[in-house]
Design a protein around this ligand. Structure first.
Ligand SMILES: Cc1cc2nc3c(=O)[nH]c(=O)nc-3n(C[C@H](O)[C@H](O)[C@H](O)COP(=O)(O)OP(=O)(O)OC[C@H]3O[C@@H](n4cnc5c(N)ncnc54)[C@H](O)[C@@H]3O)c2cc1C
Ligand code: SF4
Length: 340
């Protein structure tokens, strides 16, 4: 690991001022000289591997604002402070009761130790686990723009089938983000130019020609909170995660589902898919296919077909298309059958 300077700002405004160096305007947060660190479970990993090379780390854990560590549940919103730990949010009874999808997406992620360490903001900003990205001797457009993509013709079993580009097919591996995008969450950010709200669906960028630019954030912007509106579909919601082993593994395919039902008929559906796409993936075609329909297995299957209509499998990951469809069908039927 390269040497770096480590500092602990005491408030959000101080952190922003310390990060507002000249490069903050011109480079993505993951390439800036000064970077924020929260739980460190993602960034420290990539620093050790030589993938991330910040010269200066600003540890957010000393920020004084109490709201950064609080979960506030009201009649119509759940508000998560950015520094709330994954484990705390997963175990929060109000969160579980009002929106099981949120709690489950966190509970089925990583391990107990990691969930105790990792923050919610850090979780949504975690970087891909693509093996060629993690090993610096391989060409990788995300790590080293213009160098190529070793995964295209390499071992791409865990790679994405949705949202891919000719430059990058890396999967976005996080679970919580699938719940957030399905539920129309909003990310609250503070930066040099003041606060702004980003719909969660616009936080992550598709790889396109610039897979190195992963989010809409500037390098001196701090996520302070994530707001999740509570709607008619929040209680009837669940997260189904399919992986190589039962715990401590990333999703091969997952489905975040929330349903507003009138008897067996779907008034509205909210659906996101994990493990199969380059960014948190809202399945709007599947949602539209369900609206106004009686939720039976064949209807769920048609929605799953719609969700994967644009899939582009590679040599080793074609199995993700049928697996992703079966995961979504099962999640839809199990969500329909929930007692709420
Ligand atoms: C073995 C292993 C298994 C895992 N399995 C899963 C899994 O199954 N599902 C899953 O979802 N995740 C999984 N993870 C990923 C883990 O959840 C993330 O590493 C963790 O959530 C990152 O949070 P952190 O607070 O440690 O982030 P950090 O490492 O501190 O930061 C991550 C990124 O976020 C930025 N950042 C952090 N906070 C802020 C902020 N407030 N504002 C702006 N930028 C910020 C940092 O600059 C950095 O770029 C796994 C990780 C490991 C090591
Ligand atoms: S898939 Fe993306 S992250 Fe992986 S090697 Fe290719 S460019 Fe890099």
């Amino acid at each position: 690991m390269r040497p770096f300077v480590y500092e602990r700002p005491t408030s959000v405004s101080v952190a922003i001022a310390m990060a507002s160096h000249v490069d903050a305007r011109h480079v993505a947060p993951t390439q800036a000289n000064t970077q924020f660190i929260a739980g460190g479970t993602n960034l420290a990993d990539y620093m050790k591997l030589g993938v991330a090379q910040p010269e200066r780390l600003l540890d957010l854990n000393n920020l004084a604002e109490p709201a950064l560590r609080q979960i506030r549940v009201t009649d119509d919103t759940i508000r998560f402070g950015a520094l709330v730990r994954m484990g705390e949010a997963a175990d929060n009874n109000d969160v579980r009761h009002r929106c099981p999808l949120l709690a489950d997406s966190l509970k089925f992620a990583a391990s107990g130790q990691l969930r105790n360490m990792a923050s919610l903001a850090g979780n949504v900003l975690q970087r891909t686990r693509c093996e060629y990205f993690r090993e610096t001797s391989w060409p990788c457009n995300k790590r080293d723009p213009g160098s190529g993509c070793a995964a295209m013709e390499g071992v791409n079993r865990q790679h994405a089938v949705l949202g891919t580009s000719d430059a990058c097919i890396a999967t976005y591996h996080g679970d919580f983000a699938q719940a957030l995008i399905a539920l129309d969450a909003v990310v609250e950010v503070e930066g040099r130019h003041g606060p702004r709200k980003i719909p969660f669906a616009r936080l992550h960028r598709l790889p396109g020609d610039t897979p190195d630019i992963e989010t809409d954030l500037a390098a001196d912007e701090v996520i302070v909170a994530i707001d999740v509106p509570l709607e008619a579909w929040s209680r009837r919601s669940r997260y189904l995660k399919i992986r190589d082993r039962e715990s401590y593994a990333f999703a091969l395919a997952s489905a975040a589902v929330a349903l507003d039902m009138d008897g067996d008929t779907v008034r509205q559906a909210r659906i996101a898919l994990g493990g199969v796409a380059t960014v948190p993936w809202r399945a709007r075609a599947a949602e539209a296919a369900l609206q106004g329909k009686v939720m039976e297995e064949d209807v769920a299957e048609k929605a799953a077909d719609a969700a994967f209509a644009d899939a582009k499998p590679r040599e080793h990951n074609a199995f993700k298309v049928p697996l992703g469809k079966r995961t979504l069908v099962r999640a839809l039927i199990e969500t329909r059958d929930m007692k709420v």
